[in-house]
Design a protein around this ligand. Structure first.
Ligand code: ATP
Length: 370
């Protein structure tokens, strides 16, 4: 751990309005020095606008931007210790790779650039390509040149605006790991904008999920997946089943809920809803946490598991698992998806089944706010 806070990014009440439209509602956010932070959300949710306000490319309608201790709100982009990598690499086509990377140093009047440029090209593993022109490189290599060019002046913060959006899936996956490695090596703050939840989860240590100009939830990828605080976050990061339930009683650290004619157990620590008797809770459980047992064998299900009954409506084999659609009386408006690795020949459409899972894998949302 380091006590260096010069790469902290602190947004205090920043917002952006265009006429009567609010692209970003007042936002408070602190990104600690050295973290790999992702702004994740669907198109139009305000993530690029937020990034551009950090870069100084967009003037906030209210609020302040601090980098370390310095209030940079009024500073133009080039005076901020920040650089940005865009989806379009924007390399200079007539310059070779070496000169593209050297550009920022030369512009500052630095004459002996060789050592620094070579170090930077080694960092992005393009030392061998120094004398090629951008068009002679692959998309992934060109994006690495753009990263090297953005890092050459040692910014405190690197902003990445959908940098992998133009790459095909395989290359994108490689570049995700590559960017993560580069960030670990240089140790500066990376703020990465993406609409791809898998990308954010793979790369970032902290993710802010944005929706309609607001941060809906902030946390580690694991936190967001295991403990989403809204249905939007639960659905944006994967798939979730939801069951409408009502608080019945408490039992130790657990809440007992009524759902249909049955009962479900939810650890109180995983409940984001009021836990007073009669309170409405939306119970969520991820499809891969659910097991399916044929109704004839329900007696073999271990004690202590949440269970609901249902009837298989559909099943499809998708390689590593089988995906089932199950109709259940406790969630008449939803179908339940379950993945069952042990393929049981009797788990076919029309079969009566019991869906069961460990209560620790349940999360509870406030039904009134979801
Ligand atoms: P995308 O992934 O599509 O880039 P985003 O989440 O980055 O989306 P922003 O580019 O931040 O979204 O835009 C947020 C909202 O603000 C959008 O509805 C957009 O149309 C609007 N917006 C952005 N720039 C302007 C502008 N200059 N004038 C008016 N509206 C704008």
């Amino acid at each position: 751990m380091t006590n260096d806070t010069s790469g902290d990014v602190r947004l205090s009440g920043i917002s952006k309005t265009y006429g009567s439209f609010t692209a970003v509602h007042p936002l408070d956010l602190t990104v600690p020095q050295g973290s790999f932070f992702a702004l994740l959300g669907a198109s139009g949710c305000g993530k690029t606008t937020t990034l551009r306000m950090i870069a100084g490319l967009e003037e906030p309608s209210s609020g302040t931007v601090h980098l370390g201790e310095q209030d940079v709100t009024a500073l133009p982009p080039y005076k901020r210790p920040v650089n940005t990598v865009f989806q379009s690499y924007a390399l200079f086509p007539h310059l070779d790779i070496f000169e593209n990377v050297a550009f920022g140093l030369r512009r500052r009047g630095i004459k002996s650039v060789k050592k620094q440029v070579e170090e930077m090209l080694d960092l992005v593993q393009l030392g061998e390509q120094a004398r090629k022109k951008p068009h002679q490189l692959s998309g992934g290599q060109q994006q690495r040149v753009a990263v090297a060019r953005a890092l050459i002046n040692h910014p405190k913060v690197l902003l990445l605006d959908e940098p992998l959006g133009a790459l095909d899936l395989k290359l994108r996956r490689q570049m995700q790991l590559e960017l993560k490695r580069i960030q670990t090596e240089v140790g500066i703050t990376f703020i990465h904008v993406t609409h791809d939840q898998e990308e954010a989860m793979t790369m970032a240590d902290t993710v802010a999920v944005m929706n309609a100009g607001r941060v809906e939830q902030l946390g580690s990828p694991n936190d967001l997946y295991e403990n989403p605080s809204t249905t939007f976050v639960a659905n944006f990061l994967g798939t979730s089943n939801f069951i409408e339930a009502e608080v019945d009683s408490k039992s130790g650290d657990d809440i007992v809920l009524k759902a249909g004619g049955g009962k479900l157990v939810l650890p109180e620590s995983r409940c984001g809803a009021p836990t007073t008797t009669g309170g409405k809770v939306l119970v969520g459980v991820r499809p891969e946490k659910i097991s399916l047992t044929h109704a004839d064998e329900a007696g073999e299900i271990p004690e202590g598991r949440n269970r609901i009954t249902g009837r298989i409506a559909d099943s499809s084999f998708i390689g590593v698992s089988t995906q089932y659609v199950v109709d259940s009386p406790v969630c008449p408006e939803f179908e339940v998806y379950a993945q069952n690795i042990d393929r049981d020949a009797r788990l076919v459409p029309g079969a009566d089944v019991v869906l069961h899972w460990n209560p620790a894998h349940t999360f509870g949302l406030d039904a009134a706010q979801s």
